[in-house]
Design a protein around this ligand. Structure first.
Ligand code: IPD
Ligand code: CA
Length: 263
């Protein structure tokens, strides 16, 4: 078993090596291209950040596997797999809007074990290692103690495909009247970090990829929350729910009742 604290510290050093530069570039004139749809952006900064992160992780631990959103993949033999989103919330980043982050997670033997999410705008560092708790800027964090869905602030996000967005909007028609309010902040990694520190009560989204949730999953769990799919199991597909234990069953029932495909 690798030393989780040294993996955590490597992830933090690596994220810190790119975050200040991203803050300088945000909202500037950057070359960008579209990916899965015209709303799905990738910029030169995403590619630069990914290259820096992958090189630093690979340089420090050449036997680890690496998977990054923009295509970098390295195979490994150590049992450690880094899962990286070099900029989560690229749309926010392009507009110079707060709500983007660098997200570096690691699994050990397939189990989420390390999470580091840096928010260059607020200067927040969310950090967790399995069994060692979760912190924000060095201070322990916990999910909220919310137990009543109608009084819960719930974050969500929307995919990039128009037909999925149509179904997500239909689902929100049912969900919005049943919660305190909805937040759509534009970055799933920070949405999960927000659940972990109680800045929102819960989060759900369909259509997420492993790099969107790898780090945040560990941070929420170490902050005492649950991260699961619609059945309450560890997410294996693209639907992710994060919530305090006391809110989870009511939230899952609501998501089922509005029709899982529309949520
Ligand atoms: C996206 C953000 C967004 C979420 C999308 C993600 P990206 O990641 O996390 O909040 O709604 O599902 O794809 O494209 O900015 O890395
Ligand atoms: Ca991204």
């Amino acid at each position: 078993m690798p030393n989780l604290l040294s993996l955590r510290d490597l992830a933090l050093r690596t994220a810190r090596s790119v975050a200040p530069e991203l803050a300088r570039w945000a909202g500037g004139s950057l070359d960008s291209a579209t990916k899965s749809s015209v709303t799905d952006l990738v910029t030169d900064a995403d590619l630069w950040s990914e290259k820096q992160i992958a090189e630093m992780l690979h340089g420090a631990r050449p036997d680890d596997a690496i998977q990054c959103e923009e295509g970098t993949t390295v195979s490994g033999t150590s049992g450690v797999r880094w899962v990286v989103d070099p900029i989560d919330g690229t749309t926010n980043f392009v507009y110079g809007h707060p709500g983007y982050s660098v997200s570096i997670g690691a699994e050990v033997d397939g189990e989420p074990a390390i999470g580091v999410i840096l928010d260059p705008v607020l200067g927040d560092e969310f950090v967790a290692a399995l069994g060692h708790g979760a912190t924000r800027n060095g201070t322990s964090i916990r999910v909220s103690n919310s137990t009543i869905l109608s009084e819960a602030l719930v974050a969500t996000g929307f995919g990039y495909q128009p037909d999925r967005r149509h179904r997500q909007a239909e689902g929100l028609v049912e969900i919005l009247p049943r919660v305190r309010d909805i937040r759509r902040m534009g970055g799933a990694a920070l949405d999960l970090a927000s659940v972990a520190c109680g800045r929102v009560d819960a989060f759900f989204e369909r259509g997420l990829a492993p790099w969107d949730i790898a780090a945040g999953t560990v941070i929420v769990r170490e902050a005492g929350g649950r991260v699961c799919d619609l059945s309450g199991n560890s997410p294996t597909g693209d639907f992710v729910v994060a919530a305090p234990e006391g809110l989870l069953s009511e939230l899952l029932s609501l998501l089922h009742s509005v029709d899982a495909d529309r949520a």
